[in-house]
Design a protein around this ligand. Structure first.
Ligand SMILES: NC(=O)c1ccc[n+]([C@@H]2O[C@H](COP(=O)([O-])OP(=O)(O)OC[C@H]3O[C@@H](n4cnc5c(N)ncnc54)[C@H](OP(=O)(O)O)[C@@H]3O)[C@@H](O)[C@H]2O)c1
Length: 292
C-alpha cells in the first residue's frame, strides 16, 4: 500500500513517515520550508497534486493530511490567510481524493469544541471559539463528504522532532542545556497530551482496518499547561525553570482558548483495547534516560 503524507517534515507527519515505512508501506512525504532527506518539496498553495505524483511516479492509496497553519493566535489575526492555508488546500486535496478514489486521513483538533465540558467524545457538540478551530471544522466537513475518510482529532502533541518545536520537547531540551526560563503558564487550560508516535500508530491501525469517520486520538494524561511544565521540570533537580501560574484571561492571547478541552479515547480503546499509550512521564524518561 502507498501513502502520501502532506507535511511530513512536521511533528505528526514525520512520525507517520517512520511508522508507515516500518510497516512496509511505500511512503512519499512532503515538506514546505524544512527539507529533510526523506521528503519532497510541495507547497499546497502553488503546486498541483497530480503533477507531483506524476513527477515521482507515485500514486497513493491514501493521503494523510498533516499540514496547516498551526499558530492559533496568528490565525486569529490573519483570518484570510488562515482560510487560504488551511481550508482551501484541504478542499483541493478532498477534490483530488474524490476524483481518484483515494482515501484521506485528516488531522484535526479539540479546538472544534468550546471547552465548557471537556474532555470530549466524538459525538459531542462542536462549537469552535476561534478562527483556527472554525477553519479546522470547515475542513472536517469537507473531508467527511468523502466515502473513505478519517477525521483524527488530536491536541497537545509532543514527541521527538528535528526542530524540537513542540512545547514538551523544547522544554526538555532547554532544561538539558541548563537554560534559564521564566514562563507564565495558564493553570485553567486543560487538555489531553498525546505522543506523535502514538498518533502515527493509531492512524496506521485505523487505515489498515478500513475504519471511517471521526476518532479522538488522545493519551490518558489530562493536564493544564502549568502542570505540564512543572512535571517536565520535576525531572531536572537543579533546573532554572521559573513557572508562574496565570489565568488564561491574563495571558493576552489573541485567540480565545477552550478551557476544559481535551479528548476522550473511549471509542478508539473500545475497538483496540490492547493499545498502550506513551505518556508524558514515559516520554520524559525515554528522552532523558542517559542523564537522570
Ligand atoms: N501539534 C499540536 O499540538 C496539534 C494539536 C492539534 C491539532 N494539530 C494538527 O495536527 C496537524 C499536524 O500538526 P504538527 O504539529 O505536526 O504541525 P507542524 O509540525 O507545524 O507541521 C506542519 C507541516 O505542514 C507543512 N506546511 C505548512 N505550510 C504548508 C504549505 N503551504 N504547503 C505544504 N505544506 C505546508 C510544514 O512544512 P515545513 O515545516 O517544511 O515548512 C510541516 O511539514 C495540523 O493539521 C495541526 O492543525 C496539531
Amino acid at each position: 500500500m502507498k501513502a502520501f503524507i502532506v507535511g511530513a517534515s512536521g511533528l505528526v507527519g514525520s512520525h507517520c513517515m517512520s511508522v508507515f515505512k516500518d510497516h512496509n508501506w511505500e511512503v512519499l512525504g512532503s515538506h514546505l520550508s524544512f527539507a529533510t532527506e526523506h521528503t519532497v518539496p510541495f507547497n499546497f498553495l502553488e503546486d498541483d497534486l497530480e503533477k507531483l505524483f506524476a513527477t515521482h511516479s507515485f500514486y497513493p492509496d491514501v493521503i494523510i493530511h498533516c499540514a496547516a497553519l498551526t499558530n492559533v493566535d496568528y490565525c486569529e489575526n490573519n483570518v484570510d490567510e488562515s482560510y487560504e492555508k488551511t481550508v482551501l488546500p484541504t478542499e483541493k486535496i478532498v477534490d483530488y481524493c474524490r476524483l481518484k478514489n483515494v482515501g484521506l486521513a485528516f488531522i484535526s483538533t479539540d479546538y472544534v469544541f468550546d471547552g465548557t465540558s471537556g474532555p470530549y467524545r466524538e459525538d459531542a457538540k462542536v462549537n469552535p471559539l476561534n478562527v483556527y478551530g472554525k477553519h479546522k471544522l470547515e475542513c472536517e466537513r469537507l473531508v467527511s463528504t468523502l466515502d473513505t475518510n478519517l477525521v483524527l482529532r488530536v491536541t497537545n502533541v509532543y514527541g521527538e522532532e528535528a526542530r524540537s518545536k513542540n512545547f514538551i520537547a523544547r522544554l526538555i531540551s532547554d532544561l538539558q542545556n541548563n537554560v534559564s526560563k521564566e514562563l507564565n503558564l495558564p493553570f485553567d487550560q486543560f487538555a489531553t497530551p498525546i505522543y506523535a508516535g502514538d498518533i502515527a500508530k493509531m492512524t496506521l491501525m485505523l487505515i489498515e482496518d478500513n475504519k471511517k469517520g471521526i476518532y479522538h486520538l488522545a493519551g490518558n494524561d489530562y493536564y493544564n499547561r502549568y502542570q505540564l511544565a512543572a512535571k517536565v521540570g520535576s525531572y531536572f533537580s537543579h533546573n532554572k525553570l521559573h513557572l508562574t501560574p496565570v489565568k488564561t484571561s491574563q495571558s493576552n492571547q489573541a485567540a480565545v482558548r477552550p478551557l476544559n478541552g481535551g479528548l476522550l479515547n473511549i471509542k478508539f480503546l473500545g475497538e483496540y483495547p490492547k493499545f498502550t499509550f506513551e505518556n508524558v512521564d514515559s516520554f520524559i524518561f525515554k528522552v532523558t534516560k542517559h542523564e537522570l
